[in-house]
Design a protein around this ligand. Structure first.
Ligand SMILES: Nc1ncnc2c1ncn2[C@@H]1O[C@H](COP(=O)(O)OP(=O)(O)OP(=O)(O)O)[C@@H](O)[C@H]1O
Length: 291
């Protein structure tokens, strides 16, 4: 994909990210998002008895595609629309406008088939915290209709790969660190062997070792298991290390897309990805993150 930022007529450079390259066949496009809009009704004022509401767009006319076997990063500050986008792509939210298709299947019309192809891991993964990872994962396996022995073996392989000790498999989740729980959430997503994986801030809040374990696992998914991965992050070095292409999102809109190198080049010679982000979005990722 060629990045074509127009000189800033507005503070935000615009980039043509419309239709997929015509050379790519449907089999090569894992995910195709076209003109996606998702809004929420939010209280805008009024009184307790007469509240007023306004519609605010969390995702505002976003179009992009992800190739099979690609790691695609969506980079943006808090509240920029990353999670809403991931939830709309994973059939959890119905778009107000636009379409999302996964290997040609529409996420609304073909929801059941799409769910067999993809899975999502989010920072707010819900578990029965008094139960162990093993009990939680076996419960999920039952919901997915999987054989419990196959599921247990598969979960153990993933957890070991992520650096979790076997002993932890039997301990209550509430006694585990957030990083360990995140690894269990990843193992749960892999019970179904998804070919498209949506990772919503997979390393946020993790210590450096856990962060590296998860990042290496993500690279292995692409390189060994031929998975297509879409991940959201606030973390510039993570985006540079993992992603084949990156999109900058700000205020629900994609403002630029390209390889890390292409995006850095938009800011000028010798500039960093962070410089490019600030220049193209007018926002400081670090400030937003701590706000
Ligand atoms: N269920 C909801 N109801 C109302 N507003 C919502 C809802 N979910 C998200 N929003 C709003 O949509 C906007 C985008 O939120 P979203 O969670 O998608 O951003 P994000 O980039 O994932 O943020 P973060 O990095 O903090 O997770 C925010 O203004 C948020 O308040």
């Amino acid at each position: 994909m060629t990045v074509t930022a127009s000189p800033a007529a507005s503070p935000r450079a615009s980039v043509d990210m419309s239709a997929p390259n015509r050379d790519l066949s449907a089999r090569e496009i894992a995910l195709d998002v076209r003109n996606l809009v998702k809004g929420f009704r939010k209280r805008s004022g009024g009184t307790l008895l007469r509240p007023q509401y306004a519609e605010s767009r969390a995702v505002d006319d976003v179009s992009f595609h992800v190739r099979r076997g690609e790691i695609y990063g969506v980079l943006g500050p808090n509240g920029s629309g990353k999670s809403t986008l991931i939830r709309a792509m994973s059939t959890l939210l119905i778009p107000d406008q636009g379409t999302v298709s996964v290997f040609g299947l529409d996420v609304v019309r073909d929801e059941a088939q799409v769910r067999r192809l993809l899975n999502r891991v989010s920072v707010d993964a819900a578990f029965y915290k008094k139960l162990s990872p093993r009990e939680n994962l076996l419960y999920s396996a039952q919901l997915y209709g999987l054989d419990r022995h196959v599921a247990e073996e598969r979960a153990l392989v993933t957890l070991r790969r992520l650096g979790l000790k076997d002993k932890a498999f039997q301990e209550p989740l509430e006694e585990m660190s957030r990083g360990m729980q995140q690894k269990v959430a990843i193992a749960r997503a892999f019970l179904t062997s998804p070919i498209v994986v949506l990772l919503d801030e997979p390393t946020t809040g993790l210590d450096p070792k856990s962060r590296r374990d998860v990042q290496e696992f993500v690279l292995e998914l692409r390189d060994v298991h031929d998975a297509t991965i879409i991940l959201t992050t606030h973390d510039m070095p993570e985006a540079e290390r993992l992603c084949d292409r990156i999109a900058f999102i700000s205020g629900g809109k994609f403002v630029a897309e390209g390889t890390a190198e292409q995006l850095r080049a938009l800011a000028g010679p010798g500039r960093t990805l962070e410089d490019a982000f600030i220049e193209l979005t007018g926002e400081d990722l670090a400030t937003e993150e701590t706000a």
